[in-house]
Design a protein around this ligand. Structure first.
Ligand code: DX5
Ligand code: ZN
Length: 223
C-alpha cells in the first residue's frame, strides 16, 4: 500500500486552522489526522465534529482521519460521519461492544479502525480483523503531542503487520506518537504504512522539506 503521511492537527495553529491544514496538504501531506480528546478517556480536551465540518466548509478535500479518544464512542460517530470524516478510529476500552461500534462506523459510510494503546494487547483483533479498514498502533500514551516514541511499539508493529498480512484483507497499519524524520525509517521497516506526525511536522520551519525527508526515509526503508 502507498505510504500515507498524516499530520496530526493537534500541533497545528488552531487560531488559523483551515489555512494551516491547507498549507500542510499543499506541502505534500496525504491525510489529515484529527485528534478528539474528552478530558475523560484521556486527560486533555480538544476538538469535535463542528471543527471537522468547518474544515470541510473551508474546502479541505483530503481524507480526514478522526482518532476518537472519547468514552463512550457510539453517540458521537454519526455526528463525525455527517461532519465529513473519512476514517473513524476508536479505542476498544472505550466501547462496550467493539463489533457493534465498527458496524456503526461502516453504516454511516466511514472506514473503521481500532486503536491500540501501548499496553493494549493485539488479541482484540482476533475476532474483528476482517471488519477493519485500519489498525492504529499508539507509540505514545494518548493525550498529548510531542511525547517520546515508545520503542516497544516497533515489535508491536511487526506483530500487527503479520496479522494483517495473514488476514489478506486490505487494512492500513497506522502509527501515532513521537514519529519524526529520525525514526520514521525504522517505523516503516517495522511495517507501518500510515504515519501520523504532529509536532515533527507542524513544529518544523518548512513543512514540505520535513514531509519530503520523511518520504525519503520511508522509501529507503523499503529498498
Ligand atoms: C496523541 C495523539 C497524536 C499526537 C501525536 O494522543 O493521538 O496524534 O498528536 O503527536 P506527536 O507526533 O507530536 O507525537
Ligand atoms: Zn492521534
Amino acid at each position: 500500500m502507498e505510504p500515507l503521511i498524516a499530520p496530526s492537527i493537534l500541533s497545528a495553529d488552531f487560531a488559523r486552522l483551515g489555512e494551516d491544514v491547507s498549507a500542510v496538504l499543499d506541502a505534500g501531506a496525504d491525510i489529515v489526522h484529527f485528534d478528539v480528546m474528552d478530558n475523560h478517556f484521556v486527560p486533555n480536551l480538544t476538538i469535535g465534529p463542528m471543527i471537522c465540518e468547518a474544515l470541510r466548509d473551508f474546502g479541505i478535500e483530503a481524507p480526514i482521519d478522526v482518532h476518537l479518544m472519547v468514552e463512550p464512542v457510539d453517540r458521537i460517530i454519526p455526528d463525525f460521519a455527517r461532519a465529513g470524516a473519512t476514517y473513524i478510529t476508536f479505542h476498544p476500552e472505550a466501547s462496550h461492544h467493539v463489533h457493534r461500534t465498527i458496524s456503526l462506523i461502516h453504516d454511516h459510510g466511514c472506514r473503521a479502525g481500532l486503536v491500540f494503546n501501548p499496553a493494549t494487547p493485539l488479541t482484540w483483533l482476533e475476532h474483528v480483523i476482517e471488519e477493519l479498514d485500519m489498525v492504529l498502533i499508539m507509540s505514545v500514551n494518548p493525550g498529548f503531542g510531542g511525547q517520546a516514541f515508545i520503542e516497544s511499539s516497533l515489535d508491536k508493529l511487526r506483530q500487527a503487520r503479520k496479522l494483517i498480512d495473514n488476514s489478506e484483507y486490505e487494512i492500513r497499519l497506522e502509527v501515532d506518537g513521537g514519529v519524526k524524520v529520525e525514526n520514521i525509517g525504522k517505523v516503516a521497516a517495522a511495517g507501518a504504512d500510515t504515519f501520523v506526525a504532529g509536532s515533527a511536522i507542524f513544529g518544523s520551519e518548512n513543512y514540505a522539506a520535513t514531509i519530503a525527508a520523511m518520504r525519503a526515509e520511508i522509501d529507503a526503508a523499503s529498498q
